[in-house]
Design a protein. Structure first.
Length: 503
């Protein structure tokens, strides 16, 4: 993971936000290659989800919405994480993670098993904490004996006298932790000239609600019929207590969500399974290896009361298997809540039964940043290769799919001081630029230029050499990134190859 983060900075994929001022935790900037890669991921998703389907339309809703939207959705009252502060270290922790909450861990699970599923950067801290905090085992309901988690109490049932025995992860004496309290994850702001209670608004924590509150507008103007979907790509904001693992969990992120509305009598389970498979196949189409993907079905006891089922597509990141894409069957809860709160019916008329009903919804929701991190992790490789003289050297390569690679092809004149080579290379570069993201490079020997393109994930390099100028046929040397094989190709064949592999 350290090598991937270093590559992302060195090659201009991702920078720490406000780095010259020391950075701001949980916020990141995408550099020249990162912004191109991110745009390609968005474009692939939009083309496949919206433009190449007849049953889904697009939407772009505002980031700041009426505060009653978030009251109706439950975010104002319930979008919270339990939080404790340490008076000694001045650090803040998630209570449900700190106190072995039964929401996450089964009774009688071994403590070492608990450590094994933690984020990698937390393991050492938690092991050390457990060794130092012997009194933990005496807290009724948390540890039955030794290193086992007993029939657990919820973190909300912690008593102050029990907390007084606990040694915080970075504390030297017990009793420095505050009582758990709810911490709302929404960023609050004010709209208008006055900064009082009447002007309070929020940066949206998800894009989904914009599609629900515009549901009737889309139905009335979009000529849509059930089943149909509304898709959106946009920024969301969550004031995470502990953002971590690079861009995996951050405070500003971008989502790609779709709400697929179905009849109340439709087979929701079948529709749910179809969208799970669609999402899985889409991830494979942008180059994620099937071996890194798995499915996790949320158990019934962990589902929201209105949820019929949720399945996460998981990805094996270097820091552990984590959620990548969630596909939820949400019933008609969201539309029902907004109908009740606004007083505006969110119904559709069924011509067959002559009745009105509120549609149910299947929601596939994924983060652009998490996909970008996944393709970097899956594509990154270091290998030993031989140079033109037979010497072994280390090659760093990003095996990105041509669909999302930030640079599709690099144009390289063999020598930069030969006008004929440079002129032909620039001519080809200009033609390619009209349709693709391409790169022109004439600096250094050809081997080093190949290595630079390998490191940023460019699928192909085209070299303009003396055969291009001196032999009939006007062919170039085409080098393929992954195999490093080379062959002669014409300009027409090059454009045909790009059309086939990129779109």
């Amino acid at each position: 993971m350290e090598n991937i983060v270093a590559l992302a900075k060195r090659r201009g994929f991702i920078f720490q936000s406000s780095e010259i001022y020391g950075g701001l935790n949980g916020f990141f900037d995408y550099g020249p290659l990162g912004s191109e890669l991110k745009k390609n991921i968005r474009d692939c998703w939009w083309n496949d989800m919206v433009r190449r389907r007849d049953d889904i339309v697009g939407l772009e809703s505002s980031i700041i919405m009426h505060p009653k939207v978030w009251e109706a959705s439950g975010h104002v009252a319930g979008f919270t994480d339990p939080m404790v502060d340490c008076r000694e270290s001045k650090q803040r922790y998630r209570a449900d993670q700190l106190f072995f909450s039964p929401v996450f861990y089964k009774p009688a699970q071994k403590f070492l098993g608990y450590v094994a599923i933690l984020e990698a950067d937390e393991k050492t801290m938690m092991k050390d904490w457990f060794k130092r905090s012997e009194k933990l085992r005496h807290i009724s309901g948390f540890l039955a004996s030794g290193d086992e988690i007993g029939e657990a109490l919820s973190f909300t049932e912690i008593k102050e006298e029990q907390l007084s025995q606990v040694l915080g992860p970075n504390a030297t004496v017990p009793g420095t932790l505050t009582m758990p309290r709810g911490f709302n994850l929404m960023f609050q702001t004010n709209v208008g000239a006055m900064s009082d209670a009447s002007s309070v608004a929020y940066l949206r924590p998800e894009t989904a609600q914009g599609m629900f509150v515009d549901f009737k507008n889309v139905v009335d103007t979009g000529r849509v019929k059930l089943p149909f979907g509304i898709a959106q790509i946009g920024k969301s904001f969550r004031n995470e207590i502990t953002p971590r693992n690079f861009i995996f969990r951050s405070r500003e992120f971008e989502q790609m969500e779709m709400e697929y509305f179905i009849h109340e009598d439709a087979d929701w389970s079948k529709c749910h399974q179809e969208w799970i498979e669609w999402c899985r196949q889409w991830l494979l189409s942008i180059g994620l290896p099937e071996s890194h993907l798995s499915l996790y079905a949320h158990p019934k006891e962990k589902l929201a009361f209105y949820s019929k089922g949720t399945v996460d597509i998981m990805f094996a990141y270097p820091f552990g298997v984590q959620e990548l894409w969630g596909i939820a069957a949400r019933g008609n809860y969201d539309l029902g809540q907004h109908a009740q709160a606004s007083g505006k019916p969110q119904e559709i008329f069924d011509e067959a039964t002559k009745k009105k009903f509120v549609p149910h919804v299947i929601e596939p929701a994924v983060g652009v940043d998490r996909i970008l991190l996944a393709v970097l992790c899956a594509g990154y490789a270091e290998e030993d290769v031989k140079d033109e003289k037979g010497n072994v050297e280390k090659r760093t390569v990003l095996r990105l799919s041509p669909r999302i690679a930030p640079v599709k092809v690099a144009v390289l004149p063999l020598l930069k001081n030969k006008d004929a080579l440079v002129g032909r290379a620039k001519d080809l570069h200009k033609k390619l630029q009209r349709r693709y993201a391409v790169f022109y490079d004439d600096g250094g020997n050809i081997g080093k230029r190949y290595r630079r393109q390998d490191e940023i994930g460019t699928p192909w390099c085209v070299t303009i050499d003396f055969d291009t100028i001196e032999k009939p046929g006007d062919t170039f040397t085409l080098r393929e990134r992954d195999s490093m094989t080379q062959k002669r190709i014409t300009e027409a064949d090059l454009f045909a190859l790009l059309d086939e592999k990129v779109y």
